[in-house]
Design a protein. Structure first.
Length: 171
C-alpha cells in the first residue's frame, strides 16, 4: 500500500510521513528530497536556474515512479497534486491524506522554517499571508479530494493510524 501525504508548504508532510511510516512499519519517501538527491540541486536552485514548468515535469516523473514501491508513505511537494493529472494518479495509486492548516498558522510555520520555498522567496513579509491565502484557495480543489483530512493543529496521529489500518484490513 502507498500512502500519499498532500498539503500546502510547511504543513508538516515530511515530519508526519516519518512518524506514520514508523508506526506502520513502512518505508518513507519525500519527493522533494528524492528530487534533490537524484539531481544534486535544491528545489530552490532548480527553480532559479530553470523554471517551475521544468520542475513540475520532473516532479511528475518521480511521482509516477512511486508505483514501483509498496508499504511506503510518500510526502509530496505542496504543488504536486495540483499539476497534470497528479491528484488523479495519487487517488488511483494509494491512499491520500490532506494535512489541513489555517492560513495564519501556515504563515507562522513558513516564517520559522529554514528551507526557502521557491514560490514564496520574493514575497515581502507583509504580503505573505495574502499570497498564501490566494495560493491555498487555488490548491484546495486538489487537496480536498484526498481520502482523509487531518488537521495539522492538534493533529490526532492515532486517528490517522487507525484510519490507515482500517483501510489495510488490519483492524
Amino acid at each position: 500500500m502507498r500512502i500519499y501525504l498532500i498539503g500546502y508548504m510547511a504543513s508538516g508532510k515530511s515530519n508526519l510521513g516519518r512518524h506514520l511510516a514508523s508506526k506502520l512499519g513502512y518505508g518513507f519517501v519525500d519527493l522533494d528530497y528524492l528530487f534533490e538527491e537524484r539531481y544534486r540541486i535544491s528545489v530552490l536552485d532548480f527553480f532559479e536556474k530553470y523554471d517551475e514548468p521544468a520542475f513540475r515535469k520532473i516532479e511528475q516523473a518521480l511521482l509516477l515512479e512511486t508505483t514501483e514501491l509498496d508499504d511506503v508513505v510518500i510526502s509530496t511537494g505542496g504543488g504536486t497534486p495540483c499539476f497534470f493529472n497528479n491528484m488523479e494518479f495519487i487517488k488511483h495509486s494509494g491512499l491520500s491524506v490532506y494535512l489541513l492548516w489555517e492560513v495564519p498558522a501556515l504563515v507562522s510555520r513558513l516564517k520559522m522554517v529554514k528551507r526557502k520555498r521557491p514560490l514564496l522567496k520574493d514575497i515581502p513579509p507583509d504580503e505573505l499571508e495574502g499570497s498564501v491565502a490566494r495560493q491555498l484557495a487555488e490548491r484546495s480543489f486538489y487537496y480536498t479530494q484526498a481520502d482523509f483530512t487531518i488537521r495539522g493543529f492538534n493533529m490526532d496521529m492515532e486517528a490517522l493510524v487507525q484510519w490507515v489500518r482500517s483501510r489495510l484490513g488490519a483492524g
